[in-house]
Design a protein around this ligand. Structure first.
Ligand code: GSF
Length: 204
């Protein structure tokens, strides 16, 4: 299996962590989605992550990839088989990915070089950052005093939340989410000590 990705993408990080936790072998092929078009050959949306399977079929986006990967090995099951528990984990993932979507939109609005200073909208950035703050609040409320986001075990929910918090530190280092949300701080510290998180931390 080949994973097309970048070292800074939080969605790629989620997939890499799932692969590491499940001890799956893959080759990481780095792609620059903002500087070239090579990803388009595998993913018509031009986005990473994109998983290319042995037969050449491409799988995207990250949620579809991780769902598939979890079926490949019984090692370290990350998604409950069915029912309410499965939906709970997927909803955590949607929340964490939604935080990432909003923060990426805000970042692109502020920094994408295809936009001039006059074209940038502070109102749009504020709207997206408001979504980020609401998502953090919901994560903290959902976690409460539990050890893990969903149920009593480490799951894809924790991986997704860990990647979202890590991305805020990486791109919005000035944002202090630890003081208002000590329970997220505690979870993040615990996740950051896992080898899969250490090995996939975005470059400094
Ligand atoms: C999001 C992937 C994405 O936006 C997923 O896989 O979960 N829902 C998708 N990837 C970004 C890279 S990143 O900033 O993480 C990407 O490839 N953007 C290129 C573009 O042209 O939008």
């Amino acid at each position: 299996m080949k994973l097309i990705g970048s070292l800074t993408s939080p969605y790629v990080r989620k997939v890499r962590i799932v692969m590491a936790e499940k001890k799956l072998d893959f080759k990481l092929e780095l792609a620059d989605v903002w500087g070239g078009d090579e990803v388009l050959e595998s993913n018509p949306l031009g986005k990473v992550p994109c998983l290319v399977m042995e037969g050449g079929e491409a799988v995207f986006d990250s949620r579809v990839i991780v769902e598939y990967l979890d079926t490949l090995s019984p090692v370290g099951k990350l998604l409950p088989g069915s029912g309410r528990e499965r939906v709970e984990v997927r909803t955590w993932e949607a929340l964490a990915d939604g935080l990432l979507d909003a923060s990426l939109l805000a970042r692109m609005e502020a920094h994408w070089n295809g936009r001039s200073a006059e074209q940038r909208s502070q109102a749009w950035i504020d709207r997206q950052m408001g979504r980020v703050r609401e998502a953090l609040k919901a994560m903290s409320r959902g976690l409460g005093e539990s050890a893990y986001c969903a149920g009593t075990h480490f799951s894809l929910a924790d991986i997704a939340v860990g990647c979202a918090l890590g991305y805020i530190d990486f791109r919005f280092g000035h944002m202090d989410w630890r003081t208002p949300y000590p329970n997220l701080h505690r979870l993040h510290d615990k996740l950051s000590a896992r080898q899969s998180f250490i090995d996939t931390a975005p470059p400094a």
